[in-house]
Design a protein around this ligand. Sequence first.
Ligand SMILES: Cc1cc2nc3c(=O)[nH]c(=O)nc-3n(C[C@H](O)[C@H](O)[C@H](O)COP(=O)(O)O)c2cc1C
Length: 214
Amino acid sequence: MKTTVTAPAPAILLHLDASPRGARSHSRKLGQDFLVDWRAAHPAGQVIVRDVGHEPPPFVSEAWVEGAFAPAADHSPAAREAIAVSNRYVDELLAADQLVITTPIYNLSLPAALKAWIDQIVRVGRTFAMGQGGFEGLAKNKRALVIVASGSDFRPTSPGGAYNFLEPYLRAVLGFIGITDVQFVYAHSQNPGNPAGVTAVTEARAALRQLAAA
Ligand SMILES: Cc1cc2nc3c(=O)[nH]c(=O)nc-3n(C[C@H](O)[C@H](O)[C@H](O)COP(=O)(O)O)c2cc1C
């Protein structure tokens, strides 16, 4: 009997940057280093870049709500336009095997631009379903990596961890849409003059090198 061996499809990575900073951003820098390693480990891999830090997604509007919940045939031109943006973000997410988010902690939580992206991609019928048994995430078979930069040490295990509302929120909302394999890597203590920040970046870099090869 003849057996056919099919090559696995090339991996697709969605890379999302949330810092409004450019070259000074610690989270972006670590994300770029990760990408170099990931590309070396996945030569046929494809990267989709979504820079919400520099091009923030629109906020949810009345037209967006109409676009998300009314039948497409009834959409006003404004609803069609608003939901087309959301559809583009959702398509990018659903196409990816892996999601990489690089982000600062802002005021104990996530930057507004990243929250705006989340509000665009959490969509009934597209990334989650409501059935008899409750909610079901539809963005399945993906893993996520979140690279976090913070001024203080907000790692969940540190004394400042009680102020970290970014990690529990992102775990909950990604899990809600079906992404439950989520890892966090921290470049903590980045406030100027703190030597712990230098060690944190070195350790984050080493952890990311291993994750890129996996
Ligand atoms: C508006 C604002 C709010 C911040 N809030 C926090 C915070 O709550 N906790 C913290 O540890 N650092 C906070 N920081 C520091 C940033 O997280 C830190 O500078 C980080 O390195 C920024 O990420 P980036 O280097 O990728 O731009 C804040 C910085 C700014 C500008």
